[in-house]
Design a protein around this ligand. Structure first.
Ligand code: KG4
Ligand code: ZN
Length: 340
């Protein structure tokens, strides 16, 4: 059975980190999904500067909302509800989206719902795979998160495993920086790894033994040592391929090991889910194990407002609403978390 959706067009807003995004969805359909990236702004510092991110969101938010409405062929008064990321994230950045969402909700007199950013990533599966069965095991991999989550039903989550230090996206970004490939590093590593030998430089997998958790900080140190040891002899394509291989293999291995009897599907979401090697390796393993696999279109993997509107739609359909007290939180557990 597919998840119920709120009836009518929803405006989604996402400003938790370095993308200003607005989208219009209707049911599981994405009518528009506009993303204005601040990558160039932050590239010169090699990472996201929170104050600069917030100011850039202030500049972009209204033009991005206008573009999302116009691409959807929708007038503002036709919007029936607003969904906005309010947690977790950079508080200054979140506040820009939340303030805009409150103002629009007030003026249009329509419901407002705050969305957890990771629930947004999990719901990015709804557009392409609305009938993916529960319970499902989802790997969320992004610049700030690496979590294996069992989704027992819509909005019911259990954390099965997580990173104890760096996120998978950070491992890509920091490794790319050490290899001189720039920021953000995930896409650069993927492109440089093409044609490289993934077995040339063996790199550590992190935690050993029977665990569903991850550790990526040792990988960063190992890449640093490799760069120092090999000096100008380092083959960058082989190093990028070896780094990608180390990250992808541990993600695939732990996700498959997290499957319990009764789990019916595997989902792959978050910015690092855009990685083509990870997508195909996890899909292959699922096929081998006879379990359904789904991952969103690449544009829905990295931060975007369509996934926020889709997540908000489910909560609105379940009768949930927020008021103007809606707060912005830097850290927050997934709502509906069950502990086993
Ligand atoms: O979900 P996201 O857009 O933002 C956060 O919520 O963090 O994820 C951004 C992360 C960055 O670390 C970026 O390097 C990584 O996703 N990423 C990739 C690829 N595209 C983006 N990592 C590996 N391969 C890619 N093709
Ligand atoms: Zn994200």
């Amino acid at each position: 059975m597919s998840d119920p959706f709120f009836v009518g067009p929803i405006l989604g807003i996402e400003t938790s980190c370095d993308e200003t995004s607005a989208a219009v969805t209707d049911g599981a359909r994405i009518l528009s999904n506009v993303v204005s990236s601040q990558v160039d702004l932050h590239a010169k510092w090699g990472g996201v500067v929170p104050e600069a991110a917030a100011r850039a969101h202030v500049e972009s938010i209204l033009p991005v909302v206008e573009e999302a409405l116009s691409e959807a062929g929708c007038l503002l008064p036709e919007i029936r509800a607003i969904a906005v990321t309010n947690r977790p994230g950079l508080v200054g950045a979140l506040s820009v989206g939340v303030s805009a969402a409150k103002a629009l909700s007030l003026v249009l007199n329509i419901p407002l719902i705050g969305v957890h950013h990771l629930e947004g990533h999990l719901c990015s599966l709804l557009a392409g795979s609305p009938n993916l069965p529960y319970p499902r095991v989802c790997l969320i991999v992004s610049g700030g998160h690496t979590e294996i989550v069992r989704v027992g039903a819509a909005r019911s989550y259990e954390i099965v495993g997580q990173t104890i230090d760096d996120a998978a996206g950070e491992a890509f970004d920091k490794g790319a920086r050490l290899l001189g490939l720039g920021y953000p590093g995930g896409r650069a590593i993927q492109d440089t790894a093409r044609g490289g030998n993934p077995y040339r430089y063996p790199l550590p997998k992190g935690l050993n033994g029977d665990t569903h958790d991850f550790s990526f900080s040792g990988l960063k140190t190992a890449v640093l040592r490799l760069v120092e040891k090999e000096g100008p002899d380092l083959n960058i394509a082989d190093a990028a391929a070896s780094l990608q291989h180390a990250i992808v293999e541990v993600l695939v291995e732990r996700t498959m090991a997290a499957l319990a009897p009764g789990d019916l599907a595997v989902g792959l979401v978050g910015g690092v889910a855009a990685n083509l090697s990870l997508r195909s390796r996890l899909e292959d393993e699922c096929r081998r194990s006879g379990i359904r696999f789904a991952t969103p279109a690449i544009a829905l993997c990295t931060d975007n407002a369509a996934m926020i509107a889709l997540a908000g739609s489910g909560r609105l359909a379940a009768g949930q609403r927020d008021d103007f007290e809606l707060d912005c939180l830097p850290n927050a557990p997934l709502p509906g978390l069950v502990h086993k």
